[in-house]
Design a protein around this ligand. Structure first.
Ligand SMILES: [Zn+2]
Length: 147
């Protein structure tokens, strides 16, 4: 069995959100300094590296995925599609930046969205498979999406 290689790039962004149905203070609008860990491996498995010795350049992961995060989530508000009251309130803010997630913007649902929707869109043409995406909501709390 050959050695399996993977790389991880950590990305950061800031965003506001709230959680519908939360029993406590997360029901209110508030924000986090999020971190996202994205781990990728060679699509063909094993230790397939390019001529330089990389799976993919770290800067490519940063450019693609952080580019998406900057455009859609950074310094914006992430709200659930069912949060009609929150969406209506955010629509009054000029300028405003609101991203409507299909489900409540928990770290779990954000990790799943990045894994299922965003990563295939922004990394799909690279010779890599995304193994894991971790969304850190705080320094001590994170959610992991894998397949
Ligand atoms: Zn929160």
């Amino acid at each position: 069995m050959s050695t399996q290689l993977a790389i991880m790039r950590q990305l950061s962004f800031c965003a506001g959100h709230r959680l519908l149905g939360h029993e406590g203070k997360c029901a209110f609008f508030h924000g986090h300094n999020y971190k996202v860990d994205v781990e990728v491996a060679p699509r063909d498995g094993g230790d397939v590296l390019d001529g330089v010795g990389r799976i993919v350049d770290f800067a490519v992961i940063k450019q693609r995925l952080l580019g998406w995060l900057d455009e859609h989530w950074d310094h914006g508000f992430i709200v659930a599609a069912a949060d009609t009251n929150g969406i209506a309130a955010l629509a009054l803010v000029e300028p405003g930046k609101t991203f409507v997630l299909p489900n409540n913007p928990t770290a779990e649902n954000m990790a799943r969205y990045l894994f299922d929707v965003v990563a295939p869109e922004v990394l799909g043409d690279l010779p890599v498979v995304v193994r894991r995406i971790v969304v850190w909501e705080t320094d001590t709390s994170c959610a992991t999406a894998t397949r």
